[in-house]
Design a protein around this ligand. Sequence first.
Ligand SMILES: [Zn+2]
Length: 502
Amino acid sequence: MTAVPDSLGLVGFDEVLERYDPAFGLEVHVELNTNTKMFCGCPATFGGEPNSQVCPTCLGLPGSMPVVNAKAVESAIRIGLALNGSIAEWCRFARKNYFYPDMPKNFQTSQYDEPIVYDGYLDVEVEGETYRVDIERAHMEEDTGKTTHIGGATGRIHGADYSLVDYNRAGIPLIEIVTRPILGTGAKAPLVAKAYVAALREILLGLGVSDVRMDQGSMRCDVNLSLSPKDSGTLGTRTETKNVNSLRSVERAVRFEMSRHAGILDAGEAIFQETRHFHEDTGTTSAGRPKSDADDYRYFPEPDLVPVAPSREWVEELRASLPERTADKRARLQVEWGYSDLEMRDVWAAGALSLIEATVAEGASAQAARKWWMAELSRSANDRGVELAELGVTPVQVAEVQKLVDAKTLTDKLARQVFEGLLAGEGTVSEIIDARGLAVVSDDGALGAAVDEAIAAQPAVADKIRGGNQAAAGALIGAVMKATGGKADAKRVRELILEKLA
Ligand SMILES: [Zn+2]
């Protein structure tokens, strides 16, 4: 085999579209939030001491026998129904055989040609246009353990001194949701890919089946991308960029691979079918391992598990209990919250719908919730290149800050400093207010002295007010606010000024 070019120069995005049509596909792994693992009774919680949540079954010890977690099957069916899919009347688990140190059984219990969900779709909206993403299948499987490579510069196995394996994650229930190749999105391909993952996340959150934290790996995306000559109607050779772990990165990975593929194709070379690593810092990809369509995992039906045959009655019961569809919910909330079309579209595009909903549920008004999430916090998320949900500020905290603003304990300006503290990890809302001394000064003694100083410093303004021009008080209020570092209760300051100059 001749050397394969990794990249022959990148082609500008607009230029790619002059000569090629992109097709993308997404494989999304979602960790279910069941109490126990997929095939044993070990706790499935995140963050335990390494290897403290294991047993003979999830460690693959000889003689141990798996049992299917009914709750995981229920979650899989609910996900399938929410994605407009068909639910198999009968399906089996299969062994996917390969060796990896974090997979102690040397096979992963998964599903192969008999997935529990097939033929679904999800409609996603980008800039006012709707695109249908066809979902080929969603299947159940178990997660592997987690390997951490110690030493070496890259965190990868190459160059590491040694590696640590934690099997707590081994056996956590996963659903893998696989789309068909998505064609015809043209220049919108990166945005549609991102919008699909965002919409999928909203649905999973609404179902309550996963905490879908991309930053913690409970939702992980593999992004397939290929280019074909413009209007040829064919599918080109694809690459699969693994573990793209934020919405923004999904968009960037599609965009980068389009530019890279075009460079190779323009040079008359062929795309090498392989996996790619995505690099968050640069937004680029690098070669992983070759991947053929027929990687031989020697799949065969799992002999230790009975087939899964959900009754139609159960499926219909689950269908009847599904939460409101996202599109319906969006329309309903827009009316309830009194947002304009544009405001709602921005909220949706920013992935803020659930966050605002949760903030309102905690007692904040819809306008206040939108103000904090869409202005203050969106700006911080953009600066940091992360999604709103990954900022580390919770709806409960936003509602707590707004309650203090409503109670006039904080001004908007002070509230912004509380958010600054939250983003910097300085502690809880009350800890930050104490540590930074942020509470509003409404004590008349302290304010009175500042008001007297302001009056003394601006006698001409004071005369105007005495003469009945109350609007002139603004200059004095400004001076008091400045003197108190923005901590004064502006309404009370105004009252004091008018009393003193009456
Ligand atoms: Zn176990």
